[in-house]
Design a protein around this ligand. Structure first.
Ligand code: GUN
Ligand code: ZN
Length: 434
């Protein structure tokens, strides 16, 4: 899908590195009158408009935005597509919430027509919120993943997804078997992994809903298909952790269950990790595994406060997840608003440069996609968003008082949501215009 050469003129901000590793000053690039040049779906140049404009090929179209900021598209490292219709379900913590709301909702995805309809709505919602890449749970039904990938392929999105593997401790209508989950996942990998910008994630729901045989099958899939991802949940809720101990008494804790079945690695992403000990952080880091920090979900389900400084002390890669439908917003800006508060409750300050890093380059690094996404440096996929400083009267008024890009970013993450996203581009094509 080739697109004409276009240059986008606006304020531009993107992360260069993790502020925790290089310090705030070396962690970003900012051009208050910037130009982003895109050719055939890739970024070819970025910098001050006055420097780059004279270098453009004569046929380049220049699109100018006022009162706008261009950043990389946001990256959601943990979300459930079949839970779109149950976001905001009242009154339960994790295990009861799964029984009461989640399983009945996911049951509907046995119907491909339903999955097709929700896939369109789900991806539309991601793009409205400026999210251009996500790591996505399907349902147990392989058709749900076909539906999602078919729509993502049509939109030419970089997306990672997988079919849930779940063969115990769930209703009969929603369970597979170790064998069928292996065969269905393998067929999906062969059909979708590496097609366009799509990637497959082997997706056991969490340790309590898989037998040892099924976790072994997941490990076999990873071994037989280098380059595919592993996506699951880990240490989200205290009752869940006790349950895992009871189900796997021979293992040395929750992470060790996954470790035993060879599920840790450079493309393994574990959602939550709210209650990790130092040894578990150490093991995640040494295997190159990543954790998805999901603040709105952790608050909504009363799961606890993610300890970002602890994860960082050990060098664990951390991305940001919405975890819809336990999470309460598709917006990574709104998610950063809650992340800031989760840190405040632990007397830690989440700097706006760090926030933007987590939602972009940090997510890309957690997914091992930093060569392709999460940055506006030349060579990257042209996945970016145009944020509107005047999206609401209050935002407009507040930003008139801003004296720096860091203040502006902080206000955008504190007040912002889908209304702030004026346009979203994927592979150089406009895929959402507000
Ligand atoms: N643990 C197992 N399944 C789920 C799920 O669907 N959502 C969340 N937040 N945690 C889980
Ligand atoms: Zn989840």
């Amino acid at each position: 899908m080739s697109t004409p050469r276009t240059a986008y003129r606006a304020a531009i901000f993107y992360s260069l590195a993790d502020p925790s590793e290089v310090g705030l000053d070396a962690s970003y690039a900012y051009f208050d009158d910037g130009l982003l040049v895109v050719d055939d779906g890739r970024i070819t140049a970025v910098g001050p408009a006055t420097e780059l404009l004279p270098t453009l090929a004569p046929d380049t179209e220049v699109v100018t935005y006022t009162d706008a900021l261009i950043t990389p598209g946001f990256i959601d490292t943990h979300i459930h597509f079949p839970q779109t219709g149950m976001i905001g379900s009242y009154g339960e913590q994790l295990l009861d919430w799964l029984e009461t709301y989640t399983f009945p909702c996911e049951r509907q995805f046995a119907d491909k027509a339903h999955a097709d309809e929700v896939a369109k709505r789900f991806l539309g919602e991601l793009l409205r919120n400026g999210t251009t890449t996500a790591l996505v749970f399907g349902s147990v039904h392989p058709e749900s993943v076909d539906a999602l990938f078919e729509e993502a392929e049509r939109l030419d999105l970089r997306l990672i997804a997988g079919k849930v593997m779940m063969d115990r401790n769930a209703p009969d209508y929603l369970t597979d078997t170790a064998d069928s989950s292996y065969r269905d996942s393998k067929a999906l990998i062969e059909r979708w992994h590496g097609k366009g910008r799509l990637h497959y994630a082997v997706t056991p729901r969490f340790a309590p809903t898989s037998t040892p045989e099924q976790l072994a099958a997941a490990g076999r899939l990873l071994e037989e298909h280098p380059g595919v991802y592993l996506h699951t949940h880990l240490s989200e809720n205290l009752k869940e952790i006790d349950w895992v101990k009871a189900l796997y008494p021979e293992r040395n804790g929750y992470l060790d269950v996954y470790d035993h079945y060879r599920l840790l690695g450079e493309r393994s992403v574990f959602a939550h990790g709210v209650h990790l000990c130092d040894a578990e952080c150490q093991r995640l880091a040494e295997t190159g595994s990543a954790v998805a920090f999901c603040p709105t979900s952790n608050l909504f389900l009363g799961s606890g406060l993610f300890n970002l400084p602890q994860a960082e002390r050990f060098g664990v890669r951390v991305g940001l997840g919405t975890d819809v439908g336990a999470g309460t917003s598709f917006s990574l800006l709104a998610t950063l608003n809650e992340a800031y508060k989760v840190m405040q409750l632990q007397d830690v300050r989440l700097h706006p440069f760090k926030s933007l890093y987590l939602a972009t380059l940090g997510g890309a690094r957690a997914l091992r996609l930093e060569e392709r996404i999460g940055s506006l440096a030349p060579g990257h996929d042209a996945d970016f968003v145009v944020l509107d400083y005047k999206a609401t009267p209050l935002l407009d008024y507040r930003l008139q008082q801003s004296r720096s890009i860091e203040e502006t970013l902080f206000v955008l993450t504190t007040l912002g949501d889908d209304r702030v996203v004026r346009e979203t581009y994927a592979a150089g094509r406009c895929v959402h215009r507000r």
